[in-house]
Design a binder for this molecule. Structure first.
Ligand SMILES: [Zn+2]
Length: 382
């Protein structure tokens, strides 16, 4: 059984330790020490240097004590969104919240605390288990940077869980892939009153592209958005530059590719129509695009071993689990994109990314007991 008081104490310790993205070091050292005390081999990888933060991902290998039991990984992120410094947690009944000036940081310190507590119970009660690989990532909130850097070859597990969502009993097994896009449209500057015919209006090029662009809900699996535009200057100058940023998401890789190509082509086709000849030299509107895969698709089937393991564990505890689709991206997308089977299980965090964030301790304990049962079942020992 989970030691509720010990789990609560650890959660409080973690949420009162500041860890905005790129500032995870103090939390990382606490988690490292806690896992080393249990006999885990712990390393902090180079993700921190790579992203300009003060800590890397904390990767812990708790050796198996049962030879035939397969390894399993459990992951949570250490960083929080802002404002997340000097959190003053208040407990009313079983509800933990902040004092309203900061987030609580249950996202995702609840996940971190659950992982450590489960390992503590396992060692304390000497339960048979396979290798447990605890992965505490950095910079999840600013683009899943820690998990993107993570070398999954350093893990022995083929499957595992990310503990980073709200309702206990929700298992997220599906999530879209996403592309992030940036375009810079170059026109040609000219005096807007004296010689506008000598210029190319970059804003007009952008406008023409946008008018033809399919955006919003494309179909049941695909969405697209332009979320940022900036450009131009004084009204008496034909503007020579506009920058736009957008994204597309889809549960279907081919549809995502098609949507991303469509958006890019709208800019290119619009630009191709604009040309000005000055003293025998032709000037064209020009588009520079920068398109990156923001995260891969999460696509686990019901019969995947990790899903079956979670379903069985939850049933053993007489609780309910529902497999679901998530609309955002999390570390589970990235880890599953790297070839490991991975789903995202709820920890009880609620109203996240707001100063009203709260967490019901009964949910936290329930989630921890589910994870403990998962690890126990994974050992394959009745
Ligand atoms: Zn989170």
């Amino acid at each position: 059984m989970i030691n509720q008081e010990r789990l609560y104490d650890l959660l409080l310790d973690l949420i009162t330790t500041d860890s905005h993205s790129r500032q995870e070091r103090e939390v990382a050292l606490k988690l490292k020490a806690a896992m080393e005390a249990l006999g885990a081999n712990v390393e902090i990888d180079g993700a921190g240097e790579a992203v300009g933060g003060n800590s890397g991902n904390v990767i812990c290998h708790l050796p198996a004590n049962h030879p035939s039991a397969p390894p399993i990984f459990l992951a949570a992120h250490m960083d929080t969104v802002t404002p997340g410094e000097k959190v003053k947690p208040l407990l009313e009944g079983t509800i933990l919240r902040s004092d309203g000036t900061t987030i609580l940081g249950g996202d995702d310190k609840s996940g971190c605390a659950i992982i450590v507590e489960v390992c503590r119970v396992i060692e304390e009660e000497n339960l048979p288990h396979g290798e447990i690989e605890a992965v505490f990532t950095i910079c999840e909130e600013v683009g899943l940077l820690g998990s993107k850097y993570l070398d999954v070859k350093s893990l022995h597990s083929k499957y595992g869980l990310v503990l980073d969502s709200d309702d206990v009993g929700f298992l997220f097994t599906q999530a879209p892939a996403a592309d992030h896009m940036e375009w810079t449209i170059y026109g040609l500057a000219a005096h807007a009153g004296m010689a506008p015919e000598k210029g190319i209006n970059a804003i007009q090029v952008a406008g023409e592209a946008l008018a033809k662009m399919k955006l919003g809900k494309i179909d049941n699996e695909t969405t697209a958005n332009i979320g940022f535009i900036v450009g131009g200057g004084p009204t008496n100058v034909v503007p020579n530059k506009v920058v736009l940023k957008g994204e597309a998401r889809s549960l279907n890789d081919a549809k995502l590719e098609a949507q991303t190509r469509h958006m890019d082509e709208c800019f290119r086709e619009a630009a191709a129509k604009y040309v000005v000849e000055l003293e025998g030299v032709k000037h064209y509107a020009r588009v520079e695009s920068h398109i990156v895969r923001q995260f891969d698709r999460l696509n686990l089937q019901e019969d995947a071993p990790i899903v079956q393991l979670v379903i069985k564990a939850v049933q053993n505890l007489n609780l309910k689990v529902e497999t679901r689709m998530m609309l955002g991206g999390c570390d589970a997308n990235v880890i599953s994109g790297k070839g490991l089977e991975c789903a995202n299980l709820g920890t009880g965090m609620q109203a996240i990314h707001t100063v009203s964030e709260w967490l019901d301790l009964r949910d936290l304990y329930r989630s921890a007991n589910i994870v403990l049962e998962i690890v126990r079942l994974n050992a394959g020992v009745a």
